[in-house]
Design a protein around this ligand. Sequence first.
Ligand SMILES: Nc1ncnc2c1ncn2[C@@H]1O[C@H](COP(=O)(O)OP(=O)(O)O)[C@@H](O)[C@H]1O
Ligand SMILES: [Mg+2]
Length: 400
Amino acid sequence: MKPPKKAPAKVAPPVLTGPAKLAEVARVIYELNRDLGKICMLPHQRDAALEQLKVYGRDSKDADPMFTNEGIETNTRHAFNSPSFTTSRCALRCLANAMLLNPSARARFVELHYEKKLCQRLKNGNQEDELLVSRIIFLTTYGGNIDIENLIDHHHLADNINHNIARHAKQYDEAHKIEEIQSDRPSYSFMKDDTDPSVVSLIHYDAVNLSLELEYIGPNLATFSDRDRMSLLPETSQNRIWRDITSGIEYMHAQNVTHLDIKPQNILLQEGGRAVLCDFDISVRGAKPVPCNAGTPWYVPPEHIFDGRRGREGDVWPFGGTMLFVTLHKEAHGKMLNWLREVRRAADAAPKNLSLVRSMLEPNPRKRITAAQLTIELAAQVSWKSSGSELVANLALLNI
Ligand SMILES: Nc1ncnc2c1ncn2[C@@H]1O[C@H](COP(=O)(O)OP(=O)(O)O)[C@@H](O)[C@H]1O
Ligand SMILES: [Mg+2]
């Protein structure tokens, strides 16, 4: 098992002031300097000492040793030579603070000639390094007299800055895109807490693992049908479904969510008889019609035929279709069956070269051709035909 991540070294806020603070700052710098010559601190002690120095250095009063040659060089060497990014960043913070508060500290830093490492540090893609190093470079131009042209000509300062700006622009773009995509999806929050009892309650949503935990309701409406797929629901249940699902849809629309997949399979019956709407997998936020190809043909609203879009009104139509199913509307059901017979007749009468279409329209799902089989059959057809002159015509067939 992975050990828990170590918390960054923390020190209590300094209580020392006046000469005591001065002595303590001098002592810490002395220790950190000694550590550079011969390692005498453990990593966490070093980081804690730098953190302590940072806190003392926030006020320049009685922090003089921070700004001396020794103080600046000690911090600079820890900042740019340490193999640990934690240590290095602690020291960079001390350095940036010291240079902000004390102009002569800027000149001292410039005299150490860390130009190469300073500019290189802009290239590691770390936002904190970028911020600290940019701040240090900026401060060296105020009284530090850094040769900025040298940084540009010999240490790629301008290239590195441009590269970072491009990276930020890209990240911003991606974050923006994700936001746009997510703004289309329902937040699921409308399914929580005091939601309408006709909308299934969300117990837990894990966006990282894409999992939902829902309150258990009961069987879906499609299970209440006989062998001929005729609904067996009694009249009291029918009326209850009318009322409950109407209220669920009204609530959902008021929350600015469009379901897009209302059908008997997505309506559940609770033990007490309540009907509850579920399956918000393809639902969207907003009321405007959106492109949507999912759904069972019987429950696809007619407007979808014209522009492939469905919206809030498109939730009412399939609820109507569902109520036809629920209320034993034999005539409509009969027509649906007629349509299936029509499809079957057309498939049976299809010419021999369309036998694959017949296999696709096989009414028994167990016997229906699978997508994998279809791929193999189509590939075989192409290679067989490719030996003859019919290749072009056959490829056209595949593109239908
Ligand atoms: N909260 C629930 N309580 C009981 N059964 C459920 C619940 N949610 C879904 N089901 C059952 O699981 C089936 C599939 O779930 P659904 O959310 O519709 O997913 P999908 O249709 O995308 O596979 C539903 O038709 C229903 O029978
Ligand atoms: Mg479903």
